[in-house]
Design a protein. Structure first.
Lengths: 80, 147
């Protein structure tokens, strides 16, 4: 079991009701973790619509997670 | 400071005259182009009251710096600077300021355009639109809503 800090941004903050959370999880990859989180909320949002970052670096959805990492889930960007 | 490509986030009002100062130091520049993104009172047929910008700050700054550095190289710009606002913005405020200088105008125009396009597409910043009828929407988040 890994300890992972999850950060949500933009519309995802409202969707999950929090901006960040500390989780203890068996999820292997970023995509696995996302699936766990949306399922727990009773949601069905495909991760392909989002971007993910691990420890403040853009990451691939199949990136394998390690204990103590921080994962950011980000909806489509809308700056400017 | 002269050659440092800059991207930063600001919680306070953007003052263009201050932002361009870093670029004015280039005595080898013959062209300066700036783009200002303003908060508009309408979007997609709706009446906008104000905007709230949020970001993933560490990732936004690193990504923005990387884009500025890359474009300075590609477009033979002599300097470039970008500031993006965070927090609540009223109608007419500057949401983003992009300034570039180059030896000649072609590079300056092209570099400025490329810079704002990439900032919008690649930097993790989000826009929450507040409408005059008290409704609010996350811009570009249609994939997230309605689910």
């Amino acid at each position: 079991v890994k300890s992972i800090t999850v950060h949500y941004y933009g519309a995802l903050v409202e969707m999950f009701g929090v901006a960040q959370a500390l989780l203890h999880t068996d999820a292997r990859t970023c995509a696995d973790l996302w699936q766990v989180l949306v399922t727990a909320q009773g949601l069905t949002l495909d991760h392909k619509q989002l971007r993910v970052a691990v420890d403040d670096q853009f990451a691939q959805w199949d990136s394998v997670l390690s204990d103590g990492q921080s994962v950011a889930f980000m909806p489509p960007f809308a700056g400017g | 400071m002269r050659d440092t490509p800059l991207f930063r986030l600001s919680e306070v009002e953007i003052i263009p005259a201050q932002e361009r100062r870093v670029l004015e130091a280039r005595s080898d520049a013959g062209a300066f182009v700036a783009f200002e993104g303003w908060v508009r009172n309408h979007h997609a047929g709706r009446s906008v009251l104000r905007l709230a910008y949020t970001a993933n700050p560490a990732l936004a700054v690193r990504t923005g710096q990387h884009i500025v550095a890359e474009l300075v190289q590609q477009n033979t710009l002599l300097g470039a600077s970008v500031v993006h606002r965070l927090g609540l913005l009223e109608i007419g405020e500057i949401a983003v300021w992009v300034g570039v200088c180059a030896a000649h105008r072609d590079s300056a125009f092209e570099g400025c355009r490329a810079l704002i396009d990439r900032i919008k597409a690649e930097v993790p910043i989000w826009k929450h639109e507040h409408y005059t009828n008290n409704e609010k929407t996350w811009v570009g988040a249609d994939v997230v809503k309605n689910r």
